[in-house]
Design a binder for this molecule. Structure first.
Ligand SMILES: [Zn+2]
Ligand SMILES: [Zn+2]
Length: 229
């Protein structure tokens, strides 16, 4: 099953304004992707619209969120239901500092409906680190029944390996995300034998339509297994 579990909508300030619910699922459809997750920075605000849009094309849209920890590490999270995602989203929002977005610098943060109409704009800057530690984030997400993985660990910014140097054992992490930039996971893993025990997800981390499923990845398990079932 072709998947892409790391996609930013127009609600992420760095996400292109063309990343509307219908454009995202439409692009996934064209690319032959069957299941996607919307993972905006520290919010699940555009997930519902994308789910409704996805239903029309037969694309399954999972509720997700890319949470930024106090250590400025990005954690990719996915949830079994939208309700659970919203509960975690509320906690994350409460731990996001009250810094106002400057759209002219960071970009707009648009809430959209299933018809791609702008319903509002988030005023709080969503790309700030939360006050939650990486351990807090893993605990909150896993207690809620969700999936959590250190995001794009191969990248030089916002990655657990860059910021902490290792993956803390206390997280009990089972999965890691390796970005599309890495050509061969096999070669990459050879250089990091300490990561051999982790299962690997690969995603586009698309902020622009053209980047969705730019490389083809097949889901290495059933969706339910992500949630430990
Ligand atoms: Zn990230
Ligand atoms: Zn991202």
């Amino acid at each position: 099953m072709k998947y892409d579990f790391h996609l930013h909508s127009a609600l992420s300030p760095c996400g292109d304004s063309d990343m509307t619910p219908n454009n995202i699922v439409g692009m996934a459809y064209v690319a032959g992707v069957e299941v996607i997750a919307i993972t905006d920075h520290n919010t699940v605000g555009n997930v519902r619209a994308a789910q409704i849009a996805g239903e029309k094309l037969g694309i399954k849209v999972l509720a997700g969120m890319e949470i930024e920890t106090a250590e400025e590490v990005h954690v990719l999270t996915i949830y079994p239901t939208l309700d659970i995602a919203r509960q975690v989203g509320k906690i994350v929002y409460e731990h996001l500092p009250s810094v106002k977005n400057k759209p002219e610098i960071f970009g707009h943060q648009y809430y959209m409906n299933e018809n791609d109409e702008i319903e509002g704009e988030e005023e709080k800057l969503l790309i700030s680190p939360t006050t939650l530690s990486i351990e807090d984030v893993f605990n909150i997400v896993k207690d809620a029944g969700g999936f959590a993985a250190p995001a794009h660990i191969d990248r030089h910014s916002y990655s657990v390996l860059t910021n902490l140097g290792f993956i803390p054992e206390e997280l009990n992490a089972e999965w890691i995300e390796i970005s599309y930039r890495v050509d061969s996971v096999k070669e990459y893993m050879k250089s990091r034998p300490d990561l051999a025990k982790y299962k690997v997800l690969r995603n586009s981390d698309a902020h622009y339509l053209k980047d969705i499923a730019a490389r083809e990845f097949h889901l290495p398990c059933e969706i339910e297994e992500l949630f430990g079932k």
